[in-house]
Design a protein around this ligand. Structure first.
Ligand SMILES: *Cc1c(COP(=O)(O)O)cnc(C)c1O
Length: 451
């Protein structure tokens, strides 16, 4: 039995899988934050090229991957599927554990799977420059790489606290040719107004989004790019699950459980959606989204219309939310600290197709260390949530004496996150359960939408 199941380059998927036609019901409209009416494609044109706006609402089940995108995917795709023999042995479980490893991309995570096509469609539409935001820097580095590949300029508004504390992702972005600004910056009205009030502001993802959106909306040559949440981002990520299915077939297996960590929903969608297609046609498979207990959007939020950002400039979407002014605590899984969630994943959770589960930070690091010491690969703190989920399922199988096949997505490596491991070993990390009153408080500020 092989440890590593590889596909040749000519098996890189030729089409992305669009889950929209297999959704359990119609999609809720996306609402314009100014007019509170459904957005039209024209409203979005200052921000996105038409090809991506069309993908956002497409009801076609299969969408062709352009050859130019597949050519760049060849650098790291198909990514390997591993059988976690050593982890299984360590756990003493009768379960078979497989993981799809997305850390082999140049940026070290799944995010280039969408950054590459986003840059491509912008290039084709005549865009010269991309403006975007980044928190810890995973998205910023992925879009910098993609812009470099297609000859686009790139400006990244990076949350100031990360800009100062996480210099290496900033270095990666600069190496790939991007301009990186600490947000709030003096480049935009949004940034200047924050700095006027608080010159020492550390910034936030909400502020950085506002700066990038303003930059793109006010320059003819510039568009915006988002690394998660939106339907077209989830669509692009389905190469993960499509490849995994083929690789499992080579191993003669099919999963009983499919697991992904969940921040905005893109890597989860990537591993899970192709299996949801099977589930929609009657196959039994349990699908689980793992999120931090400190930012429990899917498991403790409400399914309602809310703004995509703190500044209320982004569209209003129906999704699980903790409220757009929710302030997540500074946990190390920076990529899992979004107040909302992908509307597609949200609807699937709401309809009971997907199960959501919140896990604590210390239990995730414990699983990440166990994984590194058995499998060797050092996971990103975000990915450790999926590992925790898989380890718990494997331990349950052991308790019940049941054979079971578990598949999870290892969304990225942790090489640029070693400070988080240092803090864990130094005993500086604590668990944090978001208090019910604070959730209630931010949920009191949801917009009133009557659709
Ligand atoms: C950004 C990121 C995530 C979370 O984002 P999703 O859109 O929920 O996938 C998870 N893992 C890694 C490694 C990331 O970089």
């Amino acid at each position: 039995m092989d440890t590593k199941i590889l596909l040749p380059e000519d098996r890189i998927p030729k089409q992305w899988y669009n889950v929209i036609p297999d959704m359990p019901g119609p999609l809720a409209p996306v609402i314009h934050p100014g007019t509170m009416q459904p957005v039209s494609p024209d409203d979005l044109l200052p921000l996105f090229p038409m090809a991506l706006i069309e993908q956002e609402v497409s009801t076609q089940r299969w969408i062709e991957i352009p050859e130019a995108v597949r050519d760049i995917y060849r650098i790291w795709r198909p990514s390997p599927l591993f059988r976690a023999h050593r982890l299984e042995k360590t756990l003493g479980t009768p379960a078979k554990i497989y993981y799809k490893y997305e850390g082999v991309s140049p940026a070290g995570s799944h995010k280039p799977n969408s950054a590459i096509p986003q840059a491509y469609y912008n290039k084709v539409a005549g865009t010269k420059r991309i403006a975007t935001e980044t928190g810890a820097g995973q998205w910023g580095s992925s879009i910098s790489l993609a812009c470099q590949m297609f000859g686009l300029e790139c400006t990244v508004y990076m949350v100031k606290v990360s800009f100062n504390q996480k210099p290496y992702r900033k270095s990666m972005m600069q190496l790939w040719g991007a301009e990186v600004l600490a947000s709030p910056s003096d480049r935009t009205n949004a940034g200047r107004s924050i700095l006027a009030k608080d010159p020492a502001s550390n910034g936030s993802l909400g502020i950085a989004i506002s700066e990038a959106v303003e930059d793109a909306a006010t320059r003819e040559d510039t568009r915006y790019a988002l690394g998660s949440v939106l339907n077209h981002v989830c669509l692009h990520q389905t190469v993960i699950g499509l490849e995994a299915k083929e690789q499992l077939a080579i191993a003669g297996d099919y999963p009983d459980v499919v697991i992904g960590c969940h921040g905005g929903g893109s890597n989860f969608a990537g591993i899970a959606f192709p299996f949801i297609a099977d589930k929609a046609s009657g196959r039994e498979v349990k699908i689980m989204a793992l999120e931090p207990a400190s930012c429990p959007t899917l498991s403790r939020g409400v399914y309602a219309f809310d703004y995509g950002d703190t500044a209320k400039m982004a569209p209003v979407a129906k999704m699980y939310t903790l409220g757009h002014d929710f302030m997540p605590p500074g946990i190390h899984a920076g990529g899992l600290r979004y107040h909302g969630a992908s509307p597609l994943v949200s609807q699937l959770v709401h309809e009971g197709v997907v199960e959501a589960k919140a896990v604590h930070q210390l239990a995730c690091f414990e699983a990440a260390v166990l994984f590194s010491r058995s499998e060797g690969i050092i996971p990103a703190p975000e990915s450790s949530h999926a590992i925790r989920g898989a380890v718990d399922e494997a331990l349950l199988a052991k308790e019940e004496g049941k054979e079971k096949t578990i598949l999870f997505n290892l969304s990225g490596h942790g090489h640029v996150d070693m400070a988080a491991y240092d803090d864990y070993f130094a005993g500086k990390l604590t668990d944090y359960e978001y208090p019910e009153e604070a959730i209630k408080e931010s949920l009191a500020h949801l917009p009133k939408v009557s659709f």
